[in-house]
Write a protein that binds this ligand. Sequence first.
Ligand SMILES: Nc1ncnc2c1ncn2[C@@H]1O[C@H](COP(=O)(O)OP(=O)(O)OP(=O)(O)O)[C@@H](O)[C@H]1O
Length: 255
Amino acid sequence: MTTSTITTPPRPPVAAPAVALDDVTRTYKSRAESVHALRGVTHAFATGTYTAIMGPSGSGKSTLLQLAAGLDTPTRGQVSISGTDLGRLGQNALTKFRRTAMAFVFQSYNLLDALSAFENVALPARLAGQRIDRRAVHDALDQVGLRDLARRRPTELSGGQQQRVAIARALYGRPDVLFADEPTGALDRTTGRDVLDLLRSLADGGQTVVMVTHDPLAASYADETLFLADGQIVGRLRHADATAIAQRMSELEQR
Ligand SMILES: Nc1ncnc2c1ncn2[C@@H]1O[C@H](COP(=O)(O)OP(=O)(O)OP(=O)(O)O)[C@@H](O)[C@H]1O
């Protein structure tokens, strides 16, 4: 008779969340007053998820995005990206880390009109003195559905296509996290939906997306919407439709 030993298969390592905020507080101090922009926010943005952040004006959305992206330092608390505590990095290391770990998309596309879509996507790497990986540029344009328009200049593209070039530029360095600040704010409904579909498909492919928006329709594309008020997370809705999100927003605005 043979004896068999039962071995437990090794557990896969638990992946660190793409972005983790732990008790993050940001107070702006001036001689006259202290403004508590964020008050002890704790949240983990899991890898491959799409999160919308909403809240009334002044609730702390931009502050949260700036802190999560390492563009500002919390007064208290900790921000980690893929397990790296940003507070432990010196300024040079932080700049290098930010270049590879994260990318931004804004309401304004910030493309250079004199350059083609291809050259715009390659520009940040060029400015950083890196060799351009032409295939990666084409792959990024492919990801946003613009491979065939690589030679066009921004003035020869629609607003939605220009925003997709900006997203391709953000994706070129394969960032862990894509931060988006009102990415559809300058677009009409139809082209806005194309961009939101694209962000959704990126998250479905494993990209982590964190988006600040005022638009409940935009937030309805996310897995989860976080609601901020007075510098705190005061609510969250998962897989909610635009009507439910708008309802929650109007309740917050009446507080
Ligand atoms: N540099 C600063 N100095 C002083 N106070 C600031 C500074 N930046 C932001 N604040 C204050 O912090 C609070 C949060 O601001 P924040 O810009 O994060 O809000 P928001 O939700 O993004 O607003 P909006 O939707 O209007 O863009 C506000 O009261 C704002 O006035």
